[in-house]
Ligand binder design. Structure first.
Ligand SMILES: Nc1ncnc2c1ncn2[C@@H]1O[C@H](COP(=O)(O)OP(=O)(O)OP(=O)(O)O)[C@@H](O)[C@H]1O
Length: 806
């Protein structure tokens, strides 16, 4: 008989949740669930997976079909963990210098980029298939009048050009600049030249660090495998409760000492930085770039909570060989057994939750709610699509409820809860979720401030109807801090600050903005950091936001994958010249397999996104596109449409990589190397949400496969490329010949910028240009497009053979 776990509150000791009813950990009583082997699950599909049947022609994008929990369990092949790699000084140097990483849409992992909000919203182009005409294929209408020219014109290196509405929008811009210049002043000044050479990072760097952490943890905790002991780690030692080795929640107490959660930033310097960011982003726009992200290390005490499932893993149905740590990690469930009506939250919130159909808390909600309600700072890590938004909104709403209302004549009523999201889509989504939870709280207002809309409109709205909960993107928030009368005063009332996608917001690209925002809020606030990925380096710098006694709560078993077991992951390595045909073939197969298909195709840059969308439109597929070069109104419309639709393909840059909650995405394709391990995980996380199945395909060129090292701990298998029918190939060639030449030129330039900033590809400029020209040929061009001297100079590619100069 399985043992019953102690209630969550006792796990959280010495921080008992006395105010609230105990939250049952029955939630975690999910039966042990291991990933079946391909052979057993897909006897008929095996041939498509390259597992010994290379002659295969068809490519299957069927998801896993794991057995029901009551059915037999199969061990999964143990994926080797990456060897620990420590971060070198050279890498840091690279980050600081990496100015070229800003030249793209989504930078390589070092990621400075975030493609996100505050982009100009000057996108243009066609929408393929009109909104609301779901079944209709092909390119129905054009809208958006701004042309590619805008991408080319040196997009105003002055203030205006870089922000929407005149002076906002820094987000997509600032990260790039930040990354390149963040750190040392002289580098900042000379960054353009300096960064162009040298700088980039390797795909694999982060993984090494992650893995190192993982294995460390496995040794300390997960390594106890069948252990039934309760082990305490006091004064820097592990504090382990629970039995067996299944899914568990990890609560860590931060060990690093915050230097007082605050910064004494030099405003002038920040301002200068701000301006510089804008300048660089102008250039990024020029080449069609988008965004990116990241970095840094640390160490804390921890409390590890093993859940019920761990008991199952050990006692019940574990495979005969005994589950590996990664097997255990897959015994995941996104829902806990704790019902919302067992929680000490407002009855009006409960009513709203009931209306929306949520009955039980998700694992991350169950693990964090008591701690947050207690007023603690929290950094939480939980897999994609497991309800982190509600996890931070619900207790934040309680804070508002428990705060005496501002008097009517108070001129500047405080913002009580401030939620920061890295992209506009995500901010809007979080605000929508908040409104849902506030359905029966008519006196609590929520507003969203994001780039791509008019600042003045937001100002008026906030003045007319001041809200208690504000959701914002960092750049636009800073605009309001600087330009909206009384706004700074309102921020001084903040009681809860939330950083959603915290690792991204704390990376180099956003850091300065976030530091400014933090400095604008009271020190005694409560801070909540949430993400599906929390690399060690981000943990280390989280003290800029969190109090020293914050808690780190993870529902991801360390030593297990950060991705969902039900999402089947494959990588496919093919030369560039075949990739467009392959994408078309894969999509056709998938559509034939699943009439309700809903596909996301991630591309490396905005301009490559547009190109791929153009092509698929020419091939009469029901396709839409989203990237930072599109106006916000367009992005919102397409995003809403994709959310509600089936039988649709969305080609996107990394604006859709994080947080966006599109239900029932059947397939995620990533074309070209992602900016990093985290970005891979977040993009993949657009499918398999809320415990559902999904499929992810990563398509790489042979020289990009080094990236696989950085995700080798994930359950990703090699797929044999499907054979491309000659007719399909011809169709694709015809389709490409119909794509606007300007769009091909822009894609070529953006491609060059993106890979130029990659350490392994961009290091050898001659090789880089050869590859770019291969990309050009793959678009059907005999000669590569010419690029202006100015841009080549900025990319450090002057006089590189193979380039054509305008
Ligand atoms: N308790 C619950 N029960 C059922 N569904 C829920 C619950 N809480 C949240 N959801 C739904 O789960 C979905 C995923 O939630 P959410 O977008 O917050 O995930 P996330 O963990 O933030 O994902 P990501 O890491 O990709 O940002 C949403 O559609 C949300 O409405």
């Amino acid at each position: 008989m399985p043992l019953r776990p102690p209630p969550l509150r006792s796990f959280l000791s010495p921080l008992p949740v006395s105010l609230y009813p105990p939250m049952s950990l029955n939630s975690i009583r999910q039966p042990y669930f291991s990933i079946p082997t391909f052979r057993r699950i897909f006897p008929l599909k095996l041939k498509y997976l390259g597992l010994g049947f290379p002659q295969t022609h068809k490519f299957s994008t069927s998801p896993f079909r794991p057995r029901s929990s009551s059915g037999p369990k199969y061990p999964r092949d143990v994926v080797p963990k990456a060897a620990p790699v420590s971060k070198s000084l050279a890498e840091d140097e690279d980050e600081l210098n990496n100015w070229v990483s800003g030249l793209r849409t989504s930078s390589f992992r070092s990621g400075v980029l975030t493609e996100d909000e505050e982009d100009s919203g000057r996108g243009r182009g066609k929408i393929r298939g009109s909104i609301g005409q779901m079944g209709k294929r092909g390119r129905d209408s054009n809208f958006g009048s701004e042309g590619i020219d805008e991408d080319k014109g040196l997009r105003k290196f002055g203030k205006k050009g870089f922000r929407d509405s005149g002076n906002s929008g820094a987000m997509s811009n600032s990260p790039r600049f930040e990354r390149k210049f963040g750190g040392e002043d002289d580098r900042k000044r000379d960054g353009v030249r300096e960064g162009v050479r040298g700088n980039e990072r390797d795909f694999g760097a982060r993984n090494g660090r992650d893995s190192s952490n993982t294995s460390k943890f496995v040794r300390r905790v997960g390594g106890e495998d069948g252990g039934r002991d309760m082990k305490k780690r006091v004064g820097g030692r592990d504090f382990v409760k629970g039995k067996g080795g299944g899914e568990k929640t990890v609560v860590k107490r931060a060990a690093f000492v915050s230097e007082d959660d605050d910064d004494d930033d030099d405003d002038d310097e920040i301002e200068t930085e701000h301006e510089k960011k804008k300048s660089v982003s102008g250039f990024l726009d020029l080449i069609g770039g988008e965004d990116s992200e990241e970095e840094s290390d640390e160490e804390d005490d921890e409390i590890v909570i093993k859940s019920r499932s761990s008991l199952f893993a050990n006692e019940g149905e574990k495979p005969s060989s005994g589950p590996s740590s990664s097997d255990r990690g897959d015994s995941e469930s996104y829902l806990s057994d704790t019902r919302f009506d067992q929680c000490a939250i407002s009855p009006l919130s409960l009513k709203a939750i009931k209306d929306v159909g949520y009955e039980k808390l998700t694992m991350v909600q169950a693990a964090t709610l008591p701690v947050i309600l207690k007023g603690k700072d929290v950094m939480a890590k939980a897999k994609t699509g497991t309800g982190k938004t509600v996890a931070f909104l619900l207790p934040s709403i309680e804070v508002v409820i428990n705060t005496p209302p501002a008097s009517r004549d108070q001129k500047r009523p405080p913002v009580l809860v401030l939620v920061i999201c890295p992209t506009r889509e995500l901010a809007s989504q979080a605000a929508t979720e908040a409104k849902t939870l506030l359905k029966y709280h008519p006196t609590i207002g929520v507003q969203v401030v994001i780039g791509g809309t008019r600042l003045a409109v937001e100002q008026k709205r906030m003045q007319a109807n001041p809200c208690q909960i504000l959701v914002a993107t960092p750049g636009r928030l800073r605009d309001h801090m600087e330009n909206t009368a009384g706004f700074a005063t309102r921020l001084m009332g903040v009681k809860v600050l939330v950083l959603d996608e915290a690792d991204h917001l704390l990376d180099m690209g956003f850091r300065k903005d976030i530091e400014k925002i933090i400095a604008a809020t009271p020190k005694q606030r409560q801070t909540l950091l949430f993400s599906a990925t929390v690399p060690d380096d981000v943990r280390q710098i989280s003290h800029i936001a969190l109090k020293r006694d914050h808690e780190f709560i993870s529902t991801v078993l360390e030593g297990s994958e950060e991705t969902h077991a039900k999402v089947r992951q494959m990588h496919l390595v093919a030369p560039l010249e075949n990739q467009f045909s392959l994408i078309y073939t894969i999509l056709k197969e998938h559509i034939a397999d699943d009439v309700n298909y809903k596909v996301l195709v991630f591309c490396t840059t905005a301009m490559v996104t547009r190109l791929v969308a153009d092509l698929l439109g020419e091939l009469n597929m029901n396709v839409r596109e989203i990237h930072s070069r599109k106006p916000q109104s367009y992005r919102t419309r397409v995003s809403d449409e994709f959310r509600k639709s089936k039988g649709i393909i969305l080609v996107t840059s990394d604006v859709s990589a994080r947080g966006v909650d599109y239900p029932d995405v059947s397939l995620v394709i990533q074309m070209g190397v992602p900016s990093g391990r985290e970005q891979y995980i977040h993009r993949l996380g657009r499918t398999g949400r809320k415990g559902k199945e999904g499929v992810g395909i990563l398509m790489l060129a042979p020289w990009e496969d080094i990236f696989l090292k950085s995700i080798k701990d994930l359950p990703i298998t090699k797929a044999t490329p499907p054979t491309v029918d000659p007719d399909m190939k011809k169709k694709v060639e015809r389709g490409l010949s119909n794509v606007d030449m300007k769009n091909k030129e822009a894609a070529y330039q953006a491609w060059l910028g993106y890979y130029n900033s990659n350490k392994s590809v961009g290091r050898d400029k001659i090789r880089l240009v050869e590859l770019a020209n291969e990309f050009s040929r793959s678009m059907g061009l005999d000669t590569p497009p010419a690029i202006s001297k100015l841009i080549l100079g900025k990319m450090g590619l002057k006089n590189v053979p193979g380039l054509r100069v305008k």
